[in-house]
Ligand binder design. Sequence first.
Ligand code: F0G
Length: 453
Amino acid sequence: MTEPGASVSKTRENISQLRCIECGAVRENGGRNFRCASCGDLLEIVYPGWEKLDPATHKSIWLQRRTSPLPMDESGVWRFRELLPTLRDWNTAITLKEGNTPLYELPRCARAAGMQQLFAKHQGMNPTGSFKDTGMTVAASFAREQGFRWVACASTGNTSASMAAYASRGGMRSLVLIPEGHVSWGKLSQSLDYGAVTCQLKTGFDGCMQVLNQIVERMPVYLLNSINPYRLEGQKTAAIELLESLNWDPPDHIIVPGGNMGNSSALGKALVEMKEVGLISRLPKLSLIQAEGANAMVRTMRETGGRKLVSVDAETLATAIRIGSPASWKKAARVLQATGGTVEQVSEAEIALAKAEIGADGIGCEPASAVTLAGLKKLVKQGFVKSGDHVVLILTGHLLKDPEFTLKFHRGDLLEGQRALGLDAQQRAPIALDASADSVIRILEQAETHTSA
Ligand code: F0G
């Protein structure tokens, strides 16, 4: 492998800068691991050259682009390119027409949570079925612009699926490190089909991340985990698009799942920036929900007020967020403080129930996304969210990402003692029958009596 040109274009430097979140040092480029060369903390992208944008003009340009046939405008990410770092040539962006995801109303889930109304922005409706695509289009484009032939990530499955797709589209090779036995088949099969070199390591996500850090020090591969700040810039656009669809009237609460904390950091950054440039007049509260068995951020906030990371040995069936040492914890802590949001944790049974309830609204999502509804129920009980508040859940992954979880739940063998946990009302196991109309009609009649009862 040859070393790609490390320097970044001067034009881009004029518009955005990489800055350390801790010591404030400004960096020429992200180096190999996107950490500050002085203090080792994470870098973020800032825009010192931003003139105060004229909100009205930009809102109208972004809307007009919705009907434009240009690939850059068809992407729900690059449509907002004035709020993103500048590529030397916009036409070189690697895009799969990501973004432009739907905002759904969830009436049954609203009732289950004690809310008058409830909405969900479904980031699982992106090209590879998760929110990762919005960040990947940006970071993969910058990787290619800098001449990298290889990109790499450690992943619980969605980042790797997305990276593999964008790398292939952009003519790059990709290296995936995933924890053996803890990635759903749906996600694993995606990275194989998209052509990644996929390595299953005998460790968890945090262990994969450590191995990857050593690899990027030794080989000219471009790191595409969410510590890469270009990814977070792309992921910001989900919040921008959400506010646009609400006619720039901010909801009271936005609720997100927390894993490695990249997404919450990105959405929070977008909210703060939108307020700074005058696109919105107040900040929604951004709250983070984790699985009880992977609750590093909850403990970090509760035990240290967000000052020091409390790592945990992660264990949850919501494998996407089975992460014990979240890289972007400090960025997320700042977002929670800036927006006045909170943290909450939910049990495996609460996640499974919430996932089935989101399914029963005709939408569905993968287990990690369902923590949002499970967490909302708790926040309503605590009074942090009022029943009349305007709440948007961010659903991060598609239902089909993890069919094994769904099937086990409905068959009643996902959780130990599942019958006793009171989840039966949502369970619908497949019914094996003789191939006769009579036996099917009997089932139909039973089901009808059951519903009308
Ligand atoms: N929801 C889903 C479906 C995810 O795949 C992830 C993270 C999260 C939520 C948490 O987001 O890490 O930004 O806080 N998945 C990563 C991966 C870690 O490798 O696919 P986060």
